[in-house]
Write a protein that binds this ligand. Sequence first.
Ligand code: UDP
Length: 434
Amino acid sequence: MTLSGSGDGQSGSVRAHFVLVPMMAQGHTIPMTDMARLLAEHGAQVSFITTPVNAARLEGFAADVKAAGLAVQLVELHFPAAEFGLPDGYITYHNNVFQNVKDENELITITGFPTPLELTKAKCPGNFCIPGMEQIRKKFLEEELKSDGEVINSFQELETLYIESLEQTTKKKVWAVGPMCLCHRDNNTMAARGNKASMDEAQCLQWLDSMKPGSVVFVSFGSLACTTPQQLVELGLGLETSRKPFIWVIKAGAKLPEVEEWLADEFEERVKNRGMVIRGWAPQLMILQHQAIGGFVTHCGWNSTIEGICAGVPMITWPHFGEQFLNEKLLVDVLKTGMEVGVKGVTQWGSENQEVMVTRDEVQKAVNTLMDEGVAAEEMRVRAKDCAIKARRAFDEGGSSYDNIRLLIQEMEIKTNACRSVVDTDGNKLSFLV
Ligand code: UDP
């Protein structure tokens, strides 16, 4: 994120102008669109940088902000795909603590966290390795060191200790302004988030309306993870034997035809009265916010994690790669609103292993434990509801995130005014945030 000033030229007042540059993956672009909306609702001007192909995906967002009269502008930059032999408009991306660790599965104590943390090398975020990622990480770090501070999609009351610790470690300001997904107040804007849904949203809502409150399990592994056919079958059979109603979002990419017959001819027929399968893109936020949802089986991407927290539902954690194992720890060990399904290893993105990571029995057991009426599950539900209430309080007027976003805009306006003389003469002076 960079910041520049845009004034009215007469009164001398300068309006903060944020330039948002998301990393080109849905899990980064979607929360950035929420941030754009939020900043503009608080009076700032926003330019949102994207490529032509991604801009087409953001049509719903562009229409919404225009209809709401918000000062958000999409800026399409030419993406030199052909020059690098890439398909048009796409980008590929395709800690020292672990440096000398040989056994990938040995539990290592990680120091420097405000609460105890143990993790294996295999599950640490740095293990998300795809070609070019190291350079991207290095660049992020360099920019981070130059920045004025960090804006995070979380809220003070959720992660007080960690936010304080981040500020102390980086010696920079941290503005917790989330959960940003709460800027959506109706089903239409929730459904327009990200890609176009692969099914009819009205039909999905109708189906959810017909279910008892808190009775449906929602299963989704985000935008990147592709589940292998073997694992899909195992997961499906676990959902079937749990006998609970469910919505299951399937992303199997090119491997989908391998399971389509099993899905359409056998599985969907057997579960037709209580199961809905969505192949492709689901309006996740809209579904999660429906009162029929009582549990969320998630891959623990940060957006899904915070969206689940806002929905006030307990979660079954099924991390795949990257920082998802840390988010699992937050849900299970710190907030105690999640339970592990029992993932043993990493499912690397782009080279998903063929072995089954979680068996049907493990799925069934986790779903039944989460959705049953026992004391432990009930306590988890109470804690999850409490987190959702705190999230809403933080986001609404007078809450910590509401105040933080105003402070952020004010601080940036002060900085912009301070460097205005430079802006006036060479027009290029910018303040940077990451
Ligand atoms: N999402 C969605 N529909 C889908 C899959 C994902 O709306 O079918 C959204 C989800 O609500 C979240 C984002 O895409 O906002 C995924 O981000 P996350 O950090 O959870 O995971 P990632 O996709 O980066 O692994």
